[in-house]
Structures are given as structure tokens and as C-alpha cells.
Ligand binder design. Structure first.
Ligand SMILES: [Zn+2]
Length: 274
């Protein structure tokens, strides 16, 4: 809701990469931003994104869908600057040369502050972290390492830890979230990092002064408690299924457990009382 609200007045929108959890989608699930909800402004904001040279077919389709909204085009911005905005070259989405492709980082300078948005770099590439430090940021938001992935080996875990320490030493405020907080061990990792650096490192909830609630780390349990019928997401994307009917079905199946389950669901996704 906040993103949609901000889009009402935004002059510029930056798409760091074309994974489905980072942009509005034509076929969004309930947890994603739907293109249907974008504000209908006569003057559309400028849109900047990474180049399209290493996009998969699914990413190309998302980009093409977005062009129906950003009618003035999506500008490939890697290595460019525009007013207070500067954009990095493409850097790896985590481990270099993985199938996940690359992302573009953004530096925003305003009123003496320099904010760097470096989502999904996972701190797994030394050059990307060096590029952030060269930008002399005051605040950095980055996705920490995906500790929940078994394939993340000991060398990579060490690399992410060292890069996190390096960043914390050079930057005033660091927020690490997204991939990091998908693992129940993340709070301890973050707190160990704060201790090792002698300075508090935040997750997004800390930074906003809210309690840490690691819903993504509890995915397996949540899906066991709240099973999603097969093909439900496809039907939802077509407008043939709704959150309300989902909860009706769930209530019928588990009517005495729904109270505890509901507490774990974001309020905007809960059905209105009837
Ligand atoms: Zn991503």
C-alpha cells in the first residue's frame, strides 16, 4: 500500500532487476504488487532499470508488461546518473555467474545524505561491496546472504560475513533484510554481526521500530497450516479466486485453528469480518 501511495506522486521509479518480488506484475499473487493496482496518472513517472541483455524469457515478459504502464519507456540506466540518482553497472545477484543474473544498485543523494539501495546482492561479491563503499553512502539497504539455502557453502557464508563487516565499518547505517531474514537463524547472525562490528546492524523491522516477525522463515509451517489448493495462484492471477473465498475454504476445514493462523497473516490479506 505504501509503494502504491508513493507512486501517486513519484517522478522516478527504479527497477533493480526483473524478479517477480521486485516489480508490479500482470499476473501477481496476493503477496506481489499487481499492475492492476497502479495509480492511473496522466503523467507517468520516468522508469529506470538495468539493461535487458541478460534477461530470461520470464523477465523479458515482465519488462514488456511494464511498458504498458511506463508509456514513455524504460530507460536502461547501468552506469548512468540523472540528478540525484546514480546507477551502478550490473552486479551479480548473489554468487557471480549464477542463473539468477544481475541487478543494478542505486545511489540517491539528498540533503547531505546518501542512500544506497542494493537489494539482492546478498553480499556475495566483493566488487559489488567495494562499489557501494566507493559511493560513500550514509545509509545502505542490502539483501544479506540467503542462509536458508543449503547450497550456500561455507566459503560463501564466510565471504558474506566479511563483506558485511567491511560495509558496517564504512557506512553509518546498514539495513540487511530480504534474503537474510528468510532463515530463523538470521536474527542471531545479525546480532553477532552487530557485536563483532561494535555497532548496531538493522533488519528492516528494527529500522522501522517494529518487532521482528520472520514470516518467510516459517513458510513450511504456514503452508502446512494453511494449504493452498493446486493451481490456486493461477486462478487468483486470472481473477477467478479471491482471498475471501480462500479463507472461507480454510475456515470450513480448520475452523477451530483459524484464530492462531490468522494472527500470522498480514492484515491487508485477511478477509473483512462479515
Ligand atoms: Zn531477486
Amino acid at each position: 500500500m505504501r509503494i502504491l501511495h508513493a507512486l501517486n506522486a513519484a517522478t522516478d521509479v527504479v527497477i533493480s532487476h526483473f524478479h517477480g518480488d521486485h516489480l508490479p506484475l500482470a499476473d501477481a499473487n496476493p503477496y506481489q504488487l499487481s499492475m492492476r493496482d497502479l495509480p492511473h496518472r496522466r503523467r507517468r513517472p520516468r522508469c529506470w532499470s538495468k539493461s535487458d541483455d541478460d534477461l530470461s524469457e520470464a523477465m523479458r515478459k515482465r519488462r514488456a508488461d511494464l511498458l504498458t504502464y511506463f508509456v514513455n519507456g524504460i530507460h536502461a540506466a547501468e552506469g548512468c546518473s540523472h540528478g540525484p540518482l546514480s546507477f551502478s553497472q550490473a552486479v551479480p545477484h548473489g554468487v557471480p555467474r549464477s542463473a539468477l543474473g544481475t541487478v543494478m544498485m542505486t545511489r540517491i543523494e539528498s540533503g547531505g545524505h546518501v542512500f544506497v539501495h542494493a537489494s539482492d546482492i546478498q553480499l556475495l561479491n566483493d566488487a559489488a561491496v567495494a562499489a557501494i563503499i566507493d559511493w560513500r553512502p550514509t545509509t545502505v539497504l542490502a539483501a544479506g546472504p540467503p542462509l536458508y539455502l543449503d547450497r550456500l557453502g561455507a566459503t560463501e557464508r564466510r565471504c558474506a560475513w566479511q563483506n558485511a563487516l567491511r560495509l558496517v565499518e564504512s557506512v553509518n547505517a546498514i539495513v540487511l533484510d530480504h534474503h537474510l531474514m528468510r532463515d530463523a537463524r538470521a536474527p542471531a547472525w545479525l546480532d553477532d554481526l552487530s557485536r563483532a562490528a561494535g555497532k548496531r546492524v538493522y533488519c528492516a523491522a528494527d529500522f522501522m521500530g517494529k518487532p521482528r516477525r520472520l514470516l518467510e522463515a516459517q513458510r513450511e509451517q504456514l503452508y502446512a497450516d494453511m494449504p493452498v489448493p493446486s493451481k490456486w495462484h493461477e486462478r487468483y492471477a486470472r481473477g477467478a479466486a479471491s482471498i475471501e473465498t480462500y479463507f472461507d475454504g480454510l475456515r470450513d476445514k480448520q475452523h477451530n485453528r483459524i484464530g492462531t493462523v490468522k494472527e500470522m497473516v498480514p492484515r491487508r490479506l485477511q478477509p473483512k469480518p462479515r
